[in-house]
Design a protein around this ligand. Sequence first.
Ligand code: MN
Ligand code: MN
Length: 359
Amino acid sequence: MLAPNKTTLTQFLIEERRRHPAASGELNALILEVALACKAIAKAVAHGALAGMLGEAGSTNSQGDAQRRLDVVANQIFVRGTEWGGSLAGMVSEELEAPYVIPARYPKGKYLLVFDPLDGSSNVDVNVAVGSIFSILHAARPEEEARVEDFLQPGTRQVCAGYAIYGPATMLVLTVGTGVHGFTLDPQLAEFILTHPRLGIPEQTSEFAINASNSRFWQPAVKRYVDECLAGRSGPRGKDFNMRWIASLVAEAHRILMRGGMFMYPRDNRDPGRPGRLRLLYEANPIALIVEQAGGAATTGYRRVLEVPPAELHQRTGFMFGARAEIERVEHYHRMYNEREYDAPLFSPRGLFRASAEA
Ligand code: MN
Ligand code: MN
């Protein structure tokens, strides 16, 4: 039985709704459907090779990424788990080119669901944490089939954002606009239990995360920011920094919510036509809302992520988030170096990150 002081996700949502009488029961029902989908994905992830879940699916998704078996399975679990409930007018998934049409046999509702069913899926085969990310928006035309333009809302309009992380423990972290709360899956009860209420991201940090193998493509602002971190105690920041890189957005976001830090996947110069790597609607926006609700900040480098007006479903963006003071610093550098080249000492021929290995 539950200890008397333990709160389940269901109880948490009902109590939140009592405090906000305008909130709808439909939203709670939808969040619980998503939570059930996440439990089913956790089970598929946990069985791994035993269930034949590892490896490539032999197909590609809407953006040409090779799909893993679990990408396809997780997408089906999300769709099947939420399409029937009557709360949705449509959904958008990383794995589907066009919005998913709610089958005619089910009623349509007043919300839109956008999701990345399995984030960090290249980590699955090496048994490193992966996750799911979701965002709930109001449908402009409730109970009617959602069109592409209905999904193109800035992140400020999100009603709920969350992620599940399938790590050593499965957790669900979400916000309905009243702070960020973390729930841990009790495997015996198969219930999410509130274990991390009111998560907060410290304003300062000495830990940052970036894929340094892209450093030759970085823009001057990012080069300067990282250089100054790497220079440590004797550099302009006057302290030593640690670097982390898991290559799974959910895992990076979760670490930052648990102990602070700063994450960067900036727009770079590798392919000038591509405005970054991560997707705005179902990766950057939900994580940005969670981070802001936890007292942190999230930027493209040039503006607040949540205010970017989306132009297409699978739009990519530069994305940096975490400790507020660090985000303000990197935004300041973007404004400074918008047009000027930065001659970064650590990237010069004699620097630490010199291109050739010669002495
Ligand atoms: Mn992803
Ligand atoms: Mn994915």
